[in-house]
Ligand binder design. Structure first.
Ligand code: FES
Ligand SMILES: [Fe+2]
Length: 403
């Protein structure tokens, strides 16, 4: 199957990154217009099989999660030499290691003796020692310690180095490909015009504070779709997110495979008709989708600066079950007096709302799609443009004609 991915080609004329003021002008214009929103040209419908067909899931796992760069963590998740980060949601168990030379390397998290999992916790260390028979590997993956060495007479140690995994670090983000290989991923090319927007979040200096996960009885795309539109805020999130952000007033910007959605905080209503010189300064932010499954969300915090929330949805072995990783990082622009706890509280709130509201609807919707009557189609409105593009792009990469 041939995969054509536009975002890996460097644009001839890079698009100038938007400032927060650019985005705010558009939000205020939507509010001045009585509550309009960015839209696609037409509604689009998709078959329920996009969410329910096991063969389809298999193709997605193989072609998307098995071949494309997948966001694994941020740079400060492995800040110092000897720090490591385990990541297994995209398929094989992977460990990412910061070397003495500060370079991030990724390996299958698999001992080359009898394949035991090598790294179980991510404490800083100089050697990775296997819990099974204590083979040990240095931070570059070389087998450096072999108890009972004479028993392995004739074995070539060099061939027993850890198995490399493609990795790339750029803009404070670390991407891997979930298979063996020693390729260096060109993250900047992968992100295309989305890259400079993410640079504005200074992810390289974002401090990790908390990681949570949850499993949901729904297809991974059903859950993922809930992050891409503001149409449901006043109903599903009536007493939560809907109290702070305007329903169905959102910005949408497409960056090839990736996109950004800007949700409109209620406070922007006060800026309608006000001279721009009087608008407060807000740090750059928005909900950035990195294909195929990751949201990097920059949101202003009370007291100044930003919270970085990441929400990443992965398929599992079952077509109707997915796993989400929720993380929160403290951005570099936050004043020192803001306690870390403020970020953890914000994260816990989002985790709880997403799981009890978005994912509860996802679960019920999935159940209905599994039992949908013949001919039923899911429809995405013009105001659900991000969802349209994601489904279209997935179909294109899988090389399938949408049903
Ligand atoms: S499996 Fe790792 S040392 Fe035996
Ligand atoms: Fe939601």
């Amino acid at each position: 199957m041939t995969t054509v991915i536009d975002a890996t080609r460097r644009p001839r004329t890079p698009r100038k990154p938007d400032t927060m003021r650019d985005l705010e002008r558009r939000m205020v214009a939507h509010l001045a217009g009585g509550g309009t929103t960015d839209m696609a040209n037409a509604p689009m419908s998709v078959s329920p099989t996009e969410y329910t067909d096991p063969a389809r899931l298999e193709a997605e796992r193989r072609e998307l999660f098995g071949k494309l760069p997948i966001l694994a963590c941020l740079s400060r998740d492995l800040a110092e030499p000897g720090d490591m980060f385990t990541f297994e949601e995209a398929g094989p168990a992977i460990v990412i290691v910061r070397g003495q030379d500060r370079k991030a390397r990724a390996f299958l998290n698999m001992c080359t003796h009898r394949a035991s999992r090598l790294v179980l916790d991510c404490t800083r260390r100089k050697l990775m020692v296997c819990p099974f028979h204590a083979w040990s590997f240095d931070l570059e993956g070389r087998l450096v310690g072999l108890p009972g060495e004479p028993c392995f007479d004739g074995m070539d140690r060099d061939e027993r180095s850890l198995v490399r995994v493609p990795v790339g670090e750029w803009g404070g983000m670390i991407f891997v490909k979930a298979h063996a290989g020693d390729e260096e991923i060109d993250v900047e090319a992968w992100l295309g015009d989305m890259g400079p927007q993410l640079l504005a979040l200074d992810l390289a200096n974002a401090k990790p504070l908390k990681l949570d996960s949850s499993e949901t009885q729904a297809n991974w795309k059903y859950c993922l779709d809930t992050y891409g539109e503001a149409y449901h805020f006043s109903t599903l999130h009536q007493t939560t997110f809907g109290t702070s952000s305007r329903s169905n007033v959102a910005l949408y910007d497409n960056f090839g495979l990736h996109y950004r959605v800007g949700f409109t905080h209620n406070s922007y209503q006060d800026l309608v008709g006000k001279d721009e010189g009087e608008w407060p300064d807000t740090p750059y932010g928005g909900s950035h989708f990195i294909f195929p499954n990751s949201i990097v969300y920059g949101a202003p915090m009370e007291g100044g600066g930003s919270m970085i929330g990441m929400y990443r949805v992965y398929p599992t072995d079952d077509v109707d079950r997915c796993r989400t990783l929720f993380t929160v990082h403290r951005a570099s622009n936050v004043p020192p007096e803001t306690p870390d706890q403020a970020f953890i509280d914000a994260h816990d709130y989002i985790y709880q709302v997403v799981n009890t509201e978005d994912y509860s609807v996802s679960k019920e919707g999935q159940r209905n799609l599994m039992n949908a009557p013949p001919g039923f189609r899911v429809v995405f409105g013009k105001n659900e443009a991000a969802l349209q593009d994601v489904h279209r792009n997935i179909n294109r990469i899988l090389g399938v004609q949408p049903e």
